[in-house]
Design a protein around this ligand. Structure first.
Ligand code: HEC
Length: 309
């Protein structure tokens, strides 16, 4: 009997899995049609909701996945987003996932990830949250900072030696290891800057920054991002009529606004859905990134940047 069951039912179960994983052309058609019609709220229609969920699942790892999940608010992908954040918090996909978790309004899940810290992973997740720049993100971070001192910076990190212009001059005179600096870049800067072939194009490109800024100014750009904000990269906060917040760089057409966020995800919304638009005083580049680095990491990073010409 058992043998019969396994012979007979196993292939069926297996086929079931195969079918569940495959995107049916019908699901794809439904999602494409809804997108064309700007119908992103599918909560009232089980058939649409199912199609969107199956389609989103099939798009994991593909281009456009994060935008899809964000646009249709696909709650069912939350576990996958959190998995991406935890798997490699220093990667670009994690930065995008964090943005989408905030857009879904499920940031309480991130505070549970932070609560498992302090540790390198929790610190890295806190860095990603500092990219988001919405009031909710700031609040979450404040709570985290109040409870934790960055663990990778036990006492004698970069901030202590950066109190005066002489300190910066001293640091600029040092020679670091550019190869190791590249790894620092991939950890802290990757989600917003492109340097040669690595990184995401969100803030200004840094492929030739070594020809533009001397080491001392590179240090200042990192340590005091608010000292001078590059034209064309000013940040805006948007509040939608549904009560969600977005922060990033805005481009607009007659009827729509597109907000591009750190990590490179963008979201387009109808102007009629915008309740409030506020220009940010501060840079979109988070202050205090260097606080999570050691002094050596900062010197190596500056060496790497100085060599980009
Ligand atoms: C969350 C996104 C974000 C992260 C992370 C980030 N930056 Fe930036 N950065 C920006 C934005 C946006 C600007 C432009 C606005 C400004 O000037 O403040 C900028 C400006 C700069 C500039 C000035 C560029 C110029 O052409 O004058 C430098 C240099 C720079 N960043 C280096 C870094 C380095 C190094 C790191 C990593 C330690 C880093 N940034 C991390 C968003 C980011």
């Amino acid at each position: 009997m058992l043998k019969f069951l396994t012979c007979y039912l196993m292939p069926l179960a297996f086929m079931g899995i195969l079918f569940a994983e495959e995107v049916s052309p019908k699901d794809r058609l439904i999602v494409e049609t809804l997108t064309r019609l700007n119908r992103f709220d599918v909560s009232g229609n089980e058939k649409w909701k199912g199609a969107v969920e199956r389609f989103a699942r099939s798009q994991r790892g593909e281009e456009g996945y994060f935008e899809l999940v964000e646009q249709f608010s696909v709650e069912a992908e939350l576990p996958e987003l959190l998995r991406l954040v935890q798997e490699n918090p220093a990667g670009g996909r994690a930065a995008k996932a964090v943005q989408v978790v905030f857009a879904l309004g499920r940031h309480e899940k991130l505070s549970s990830l932070l609560a498992s810290g302090p540790g390198k992973k929790a610190d890295a997740i806190a860095v990603l949250i500092s990219f988001v720049k919405t009031p909710k993100a700031e609040k979450l971070l404040e709570r985290y900072k109040a409870l934790n001192v960055p663990s990778s910076n036990p006492g004698k990190g970069a901030p202590a030696i950066l109190s005066t212009p002489e300190d910066i001059k001293g640091l600029a005179a040092r020679v670091g290891n550019a190869e190791e600096g590249k790894a620092v870049f991939q950890k802290f800067c990757f989600a917003c800057h492109k340097a040669g072939t690595i990184g995401i194009d969100y803030g200004p490109g840094l492929s030739e920054i070594g020809a533009k800024l001397p080491k001392s100014e590179l240090i200042i750009a990192i340590v005091k991002p608010n000292a001078g904000i590059s034209f064309d990269y000013e940040g805006w906060t948007l509040e939608t009529k549904q009560g969600s917040f977005l922060a990033g760089i805005i481009s607009e057409s007659e009827e729509e606004l597109t907000v591009r966020m750190a990590g490179g995800v963008s979201q387009t919304i109808h102007k009629k859905d915008v309740a409030k638009r506020t220009k940010m005083e501060a840079s979109l580049m988070p202050e205090g990134l260097h606080l999570a680095m050691s002094e050596k990491e900062l010197v190596d990073l500056v060496e790497f940047l100085a060599g980009l010409k």
